[in-house]
Design a binder for this molecule. Structure first.
Ligand SMILES: [Fe+2]
Length: 464
């Protein structure tokens, strides 16, 4: 059940995976800097001084000075990045490749002229005891997994909620109705702080502009600064990542046929920070490490609810394969509920549909996967499509792997927060049972029917 990395044993070969990429991040970025002529000139003029600008470890640094590609690769370098160093020294790719084989340049050239190196004897399958790797996908839980998926938390991530907190307006009547719905959660969160939150959200043209549209983004970095979305960055802590666990998740999920975009450096917008604020309040540091998982719902085509649910299943298989330290893992699904921020239909709210969505999310997630994306847009508004994000956290739960159904700990629904219906749900796998369940958790709380006018001071700093 452990993570499968059969490529580790291919003779004379180092595969550049997320773990290697993490180790060699600055080495590869240094090599990329040599794409600019002025940097190549500075490097050649004084290699040691140029390298002082890059946080390489001593082994990496010496390997660069020695042009020792094997050591650079062992230290996380990738040949396509490292070739920029070779090019700077005027080496051809054949000279670089030959330098790693222990052969003379002439002998390597002659070998290639003679048809290249023969594969017999240098393949994984030539090793004693080799068996083909399993490609079966787990359909049941790993009972003794060190990483436990305890609870799923779902919430809208309306930017105006963050602004209300940042401007000290949480006790105003308009906002108090929203924040009252999170009081239970604040208490629960203090007693149920996980080691890591995998936080599913969507970027709102913040980290990703129109030049690149990744469908699923997994944050594999150590640190994520809070974005400036046009009003200045929110006055909340930056977010700590968990690179080792994220690299593990990436490895497993991509092997599970999901093509993630891996991002080591990005800013995070309200989609990620507002849920943290709602759950943890005003703090000096977030009490959890966070692995961002961003879903494109800005530019069509967007992934279907079914696709997100299946990603959740791949995510759970990845969590179950972790063989590191014991971890309490929560997955949060954020965005929604019904809202439309554009055009003549702006302001659309559909409380009946929203609550049907919550009902199905709790009791019939597989049925929910059959709702086409047009259903979300048509019924819940153009921005209501964010709700597909929630299917990821739900697809990963125990009952989707032949385990028990989750407990419904807390459920809340309110209209409005700025332009949006607020939905919030905490459900726990049996391992995450706390006995803290809300008395009314099974039913939707009363809907504030009146669309109260938004306070002018808040309206000035929000745009969603
Ligand atoms: Fe959003």
């Amino acid at each position: 059940m452990a993570l499968d990395k059969p490529y580790k044993n291919v003779p004379g070969t180092t595969i550049y995976d997320a773990e290697q990429a993490r180790k060699g991040y600055h080495l590869n970025q240094f090599a990329m800097s040599l794409m600019k002529p002025e940097n190549r000139a500075r490097f050649l003029a004084d290699q040691a001084a140029y390298l002082d600008e890059w946080p390489l470890n001593p082994i990496q640094r010496q390997a660069v000075l020695d042009m020792d590609l094997n050591t650079m690769i062992a230290e996380g370098g990738n040949i396509y990045f490292l070739s920029k160093i070779g090019a700077t020294h005027g080496l051809s790719f054949q000279q670089m490749a030959g330098s790693m084989t222990g052969m003379s340049e002439a002998a390597y050239r002659d070998m290639m002229l003679g048809g290249g190196r023969r594969p017999e004897g240098v393949r994984l399958k030539d090793l004693d005891g080799w068996t083909p790797p399993s490609t079966e996908k787990a359909t049941t839980m790993r009972q003794d997994a060190p990483a436990k998926y305890t609870s799923a938390l779902f919430t809208s991530h309306v930017p105006a909620i963050g602004a209300a907190m940042d401007l000290g307006k949480t006790e105003e009547p308009y906002w108090k109705k929203v924040f009252d719905g999170y009081q239970w959660t604040r208490k629960w969160a203090k007693e149920n702080t996980p080691d890591v939150v995998i936080l599913v959200y969507n970027d709102h043209a913040t980290a990703f502009d129109a030049s690149i549209i990744p469908t699923f983004v997994l944050g594999t970095g150590a640190h994520y600064p809070v974005a400036d979305e046009g009003y200045g960055p929110r006055p909340v802590p930056d977010v700590k990542g968990y690179p080792e666990f994220a690299a593990h998740l990436a490895q497993s999920i991509i092997q599970d046929d999901f093509d993630l975009t891996l991002v080591n450096e990005m800013v995070v917008d309200h989609g990620l920070t507002v849920p943290l604020s709602l759950v943890y309040g005003e703090v000096e540091q977030w009490p959890v490490r966070v692995i961002p998982l961003a879903v494109n719902v800005v530019q069509y085509p967007v992934p279907s609810g079914r696709r997100c649910y299946e990603l959740g299943k791949a995510l759970r298989r990845a969590i179950d394969k972790w063989d590191g330290e014991e971890l309490n893992v929560q997955i949060w699904g954020t965005g929604g509920m019904s809202h439309q921020l554009q055009g003549p239909r702006a302001g659309l709210i559909n409380k009946e549909w929203d609550n049907a969505f919550l009902d199905h999310l709790i009791a019939d997630p597989l049925g929910l996967t059959e709702w086409p994306h047009m259903e979300y847009v048509d019924e819940a508004g153009s921005e209501g499509i964010e709700l597909v994000d929630w299917l990821i956290a739900r697809g990963a739960m125990d009952d989707q792997f032949e385990g028990e159904a989750p407990d419904v700990d807390h459920r809340f629904y309110h209209v409005p927060a700025s332009n949006t219906a607020v939905g919030h749900l905490v459900i726990s796998n049996p391992v995450g049972r706390t006995g803290l369940a809300d008395d009314d958790a099974g039913a939707a709380e009363s809907v504030d029917e009146a669309l109260a006018p938004e306070p002018a001071a808040t309206a000035a700093v929000v745009n969603a």
